[in-house]
Design a protein around this ligand. Structure first.
Ligand SMILES: *Cc1c(COP(=O)(O)O)cnc(C)c1O
Length: 228
């Protein structure tokens, strides 16, 4: 039996001040999210736009919804009115598209730049050159606000490798902070750490950990599909 409430309570006790818990509820039903909510959790993450829209409609409206997955341009419209943070900006064109949709609703939407820090080819994320290009156009976009960085480590049992990858993301954050965001106090988030590696992420300076299975139990996708 998964005890969502207990899991939230235990996690909140072990997560230090300065790190926030994003409960990644993808594939999980609304009643499990409600259990986490009843335990005091207000921050939830989803990785599919339509799933997030449906859950947003049926669940309490003081939930802060974070989008953590690969975001397709044509799906932005389903989340743009209420999303509180998009973790997964992985191209200039996506940032421009989010900006355009946000402008329609007169919002300024907070975003993180997702970096490719893992050795796996399949993971999404910017490299340094793409980041430079994106930053050179950021000034033109008044309906998005970049508040930090995000990354996913390689899925491996080699925890030293995971640590190196998180450290690399922290270094990317530091150099961006110095070169582009020195006068921007809102640029302060480092989103890293999932169920199997969040303790290391916290040690390496994570401000947002994204936990799914350690709260809600393993996900059952039926047939194995690409986790995008
Ligand atoms: C699914 C997902 C998570 C949570 O994964 P767990 O291993 O279940 O904690 C975190 N971040 C992203 C981007 C995800 O897609």
């Amino acid at each position: 039996m998964i005890d969502v409430k207990q899991n939230i309570t235990d996690l909140k006790r072990s997560i230090p001040d300065g790190t926030r818990l994003v409960a990644v509820s993808k594939t999980k039903p609304a009643d499990m999210i409600q259990q986490a909510y009843d335990a005091g959790q207000r921050l939830f993450g989803e990785n599919k736009a339509l799933e997030m829209r449906d859950k947003h409609q049926s669940l309490p409206h003081d939930i802060e919804w974070h989008f953590v997955g690969h975001l397709q341009t044509n799906k932005i419209k389903y989340i743009i009115q209420y999303v509180s943070l998009i973790h997964s900006i992985d191209s200039l064109s996506l940032l421009q598209a989010v900006n355009k949709e946000a402008a329609k609703h007169e919002r300024v939407v907070d975003c993180l730049l997702q970096f490719h820090i893992a050795q796996e080819e399949t993971k999404f994320g910017l490299d340094q050159a793409e980041c430079e290009e994106l930053m050179n156009h950021y000034g033109e976009l008044s309906n998005v606000r970049i508040v930090g960085v995000m990354g996913m480590a390689t899925k491996t049992d080699d925890m030293e490798q995971v640590r190196r990858e998180f450290r690399n993301l922290h270094n990317i954050f530091d150099s961006l902070k110095a070169s582009r965001f020195a006068d921007k106090p809102e640029f302060k988030e480092i989103s890293m750490g999932m169920s199997h590696d969040w303790q290391i992420a916290v040690e390496e300076g994570s401000t947002l950990i994204r936990l799914g299975s350690s709260i809600f139990g393993a996900r059952d996708y039926g047939v194995q599909v690409n986790d995008v």
